[in-house]
Design a binder for this molecule. Sequence first.
Ligand SMILES: *Cc1c(COP(=O)(O)O)cnc(C)c1O
Length: 394
Amino acid sequence: MGRFVPLSIPNFEGNERKYVDDAIGQGWVSTGGAYISELENELAEFLKTDSVAACQSGTSGLHLSLIECGVQPGDMVLVPTLTFIAAVNPVRYQFANPVFIDCDDSLCMDPDKLRMFCERECRLENGILVHRLSGKCVKAIIVVHVFGNLADMEKIMEVASEYHLKVIEDATEALGTYYIEGRYAGKYAGTIGDFGAYSFNGNKIITTGGGGAVTAKDAQTVGHMRYLSTQSKDDAQYYVHHEVGYNYRMTNLQAALGVAQLEELPEFIERKHRNYELYQEYFKGFSLGKLLEFRSGTYSNQWFYSLEIPMDRIQGTLRDIIMRLQELGVQTRAIWQLIHEQIPYKEEISYQIERASYYSSCILNIPCSTQLTEDDISYAARQIKKVLGEMEDE
Ligand SMILES: *Cc1c(COP(=O)(O)O)cnc(C)c1O
């Protein structure tokens, strides 16, 4: 047959080659050049925020945010356990300790358990939240907008303000997602908390190969993150540095790709929506796989689609399902293994994890690349239904 429906691959249908060629022609390929500021300005405009710093990855944007929050060795940071591990690793780069919180049915952090942890396990001392058992200071929350779905930011921001915590939004998967209702109507993922990080890795909704961006409430903080990301140069000509800096800046080559991709973002989101609606039709009434919805009151970028599979009715594992579909030319993947169970994080505190364990065991991500045709979606949906049907426990 030779048919292959890819999970999530980059799409270069626009000005990518033209702009990258232009950057090479100008000789600006490294961390200086006009495409970087152009990308920053256009991204800030798109997100309706004052300022954005382009960086080398989403991970570096998260790390810069933690530094800016003043997270010190031995501090605690509240994080989800159901996430890609890059949302958590930067906590350790600061020699701080993550505390793992459960998810709700949106797959994002459960705001009620977040509140319970602060209320029952911690106390406020002179305006600082202190974990009772360890005496450690709790400084920040990292909220991940999983698969382009917004976390419950109204409740999370309330908890944060009550307990004096900074909020870092990991919006690496949610570029273009925003609230259409409620207190944050019109606000984009990543611009609600104190910091927001974006990723342009190869599998994200737009890509620069590798790359990312970070924003903050005020332009001055973003400026400081930009300064840290370029080796903290106080006098670039005479190599004067007043702080320890990082090599976290995006390159002009990446930014050239990014400017072209950003032009296509609205079109990519439309295609994600169209394909999601097609899947909705195909999976309507299908009892062996339920397509998860995106939060109501929001406009999601619908980056990744999730199928919830009743594993107790299936003979075999998620891995078996993925292998069979692979043979039929349909690329799918399992959601992440929980972070609190991974070797580097086993000793850290995890708080009442239940929903995350359930979802981690039964979510299958199905093809969502923006270049998929109606025919591809129809083929993928039919194969998925067929394989699950064959694997049903009689
Ligand atoms: C992709 C991703 C990151 C990291 O972004 P990079 O650009 O690859 O460093 C962080 N968190 C989540 C949830 C992601 O999906």
